[in-house]
Write a protein that binds this ligand. Structure first.
Ligand code: PMP
Length: 524
């Protein structure tokens, strides 16, 4: 049979080491927590309700979606009492562990004391929390606005950036996810989240059009010195050192580098320089001379833990600041010690943003989020009223403070570094064993495993094939996330309390799933 380079057939041809027997299943580490008996509706009734009463846009994972009813630290239990190792943490949200006793106890106490006041009154927990949270940031990032979701935090960050700079354009990286609200969808640069309706500009586009037509006096907003562009949100090339046009074997800040070759002399990174040229190109072609800002995650989350070359963000920040813009770090996934070496992802890039947005892990699953910025930038919002009913509620602030305590007392940042590095290195061995595991990357417990047809072509492994491997992992008790433009990347971002024994189990399960995949492919 003729084999095209890069196809699965050609890979199998080269990989004759595959034997036909798959190793026995890995053994799940013990857990002495006993879940309650499930007492709600049967599975089929839940499915019916889902079909009839819940919006269909909320898609579910797995061919037979899981019905989960209890959680304990890194473990989840389904309605039949089956236990799963949770390596996705409710999409990178359960930072310290499901129902972490410290957070649960603090929440229960506050539930009996006071839930809600709004911030038209003072209550102790917002003050205690604001001081505690901002103490974790370098100067001048000392002011916090508490919100309820990541999209809301990024909406607010954009709004403040525009108010502060009096400029309009905000630049994001392709592949980014910064939220699903109409405003933040303009920053989100993943086709699967686009709905074909105008987003990200709203009334201001009308302003811009009117401006272009010379109808300045009819502007629906009273901007005196407008500098709006037509577009509003601009995405620029993603500096992805594995999949992008440039990248080598030393570019990224990770214990595991790409399989690509590198010819750069020590201390030089051509990939970074090339991506910065692209960034400059966007600045020179797509936006006015001044911009409102630039937003980026320290490691891209939804796109599959994509890491930029070292010093890319540093140079990008400099270029944005030269054009009057402010730099926003979206720490919704990377914050709170997940990257291990640092508490905030931006610290791993040696930059200090002007604004940082937080969500997900901030509340360990409780709906809360935040924008942390400078007093000067925050003042721009104070010129008029801005209000949020639930943001910074007594309950949310108590949860947030308990999460910070749990991270500190449990040494969870250090655990992320130790266990995350261990996992990355174990997964790198698997990458070297299997041709279809193209890249293993990340820092701490923010890990991506990109699946390919073969390492030479780096073509994405078809999503259905990745899906089968991923379903097999679930059937063996390990829950993993998916991501990437082609749904080709496995995302591993567990609660930060997992152990090396859990990693051994998960890696063994992954190996078994890969072996099964190779057998299926060989039998075709
Ligand atoms: N930013 C990033 C990096 C995210 O991953 C997400 C959610 N996936 C958001 C913002 C939006 O957060 P939320 O879903 O809480 O609105």
């Amino acid at each position: 049979m003729a084999r095209r380079p890069g196809t699965l057939g050609s890979v199998l041809f080269r990989q004759q080491k595959w034997k036909s027997s798959v190793s026995t299943q890995a053994k799940m580490p013990p857990c002495d927590f006993v879940p309650e008996k499930y007492k709600s509706y049967p599975y089929e009734r839940m499915q019916k309700i889902r079909e009839q009463n819940i919006v269909p846009s909320l898609r579910m994972y797995y061919k037979k979606p899981l019905l989960l009813h209890q959680g304990h630290m890194q473990w989840l239990f389904d309605y039949e009492g089956r236990r799963y190792l949770d390596l996705f943490a409710g999409i990178v949200t359960v930072s310290v562990g499901h129902c972490h006793p410290k957070v649960t106890m603090a929440t229960q106490k506050q539930l009996a004391r006071l839930w809600h006041t709004t911030n038209i009154y003072m209550h102790p927990s917002i003050h205690e929390y604001a001081e505690k949270l901002t103490s974790l940031f370098p100067d001048p990032l000392k002011v916090v606005y508490l919100t309820n979701s990541g999209s809301e935090a990024n909406d607010l960050a954009m709004f403040m950036a525009r108010l502060h700079t009096r400029n309009f354009d905000i630049i994001s990286l392709r592949g980014a996810y910064h939220g699903g609200s109409p405003y933040t969808l303009g920053l989100t640069s993943l086709g699967s989240y686009k709905h074909g309706v105008a987003n990200g500009f709203g009334c201001t586009t009308i302003c811009a059009k009117l401006l272009l037509n010379g109808l300045k006096q009819n502007l629906p907003c009273n901007e005196k010195k407008p500098s709006f562009s037509k577009t509003g949100d601009i995405s620029t090339m993603l500096p992805d050192v594995f999949r992008g046009p440039w990248g080598g074997s030393r570019c990224r800040d990770s214990p595991v580098q790409t399989v690509r070759k590198c010819s750069c002399p020590e201390g030089v990174c051509h990939a970074k320089d090339q991506y910065i040229e692209q960034f400059k190109d966007t600045l020179n072609t797509s936006v006015p001379k001044t911009v409102a800002g630039f937003i980026a995650e320290p490691i891209q989350g939804v796109n599959g833990a994509v890491q930029y070359p070292r010093n890319f963000l540093k140079e990008a920040y400099r270029l944005i600041r030269e054009r009057g813009g402010i730099c926003i770090a979206d720490e919704v996934q990377t914050g709170f010690g997940r990257t291990g070496s640092h508490f905030w992802g931006f610290q791993t890039h040696d930059v200090v943003p002007d604004m940082v947005t937080l969500a997900k892990g901030i509340g360990n699953g409780f709906p809360m989020a935040a924008v942390v910025t400078t007093k000067e930038i925050a003042d721009s919002l104070a010129k008029n009223l801005h209000f949020n009913t639930f943001g910074g509620s007594p309950l949310a602030c108590v949860v947030g403070a308990a999460v910070l305590d749990a991270i500190e007392e449990g040494g969870l940042q250090k655990n992320s570094e130790d266990v995350g590095t261990y996992m990355l290195l174990e997964l790198a061995k698997i990458r070297d064993e299997f041709e279809i595991v193209g890249d293993v990357r990340g820092k701490g417990l923010m890990i991506g495993v990109e699946m390919v047809t073969d390492k030479d072509s780096r073509c994405p492994l078809p999503a259905e094939e990745v899906g089968q491997i991923w379903e097999d992992c679930k059937d063996m008790g390990v829950l993993i996330g998916r991501g990437g433009l082609y749904n080709q990347t496995l995302r591993i971002k567990p609660p930060m309390c997992i152990t090396k024994k859990d990693v051994d189990f998960a890696v063994e399960v992954f190996r078994t799933a890969l072996q099964r995949h190779m057998e299926r492919a060989a039998a075709k």
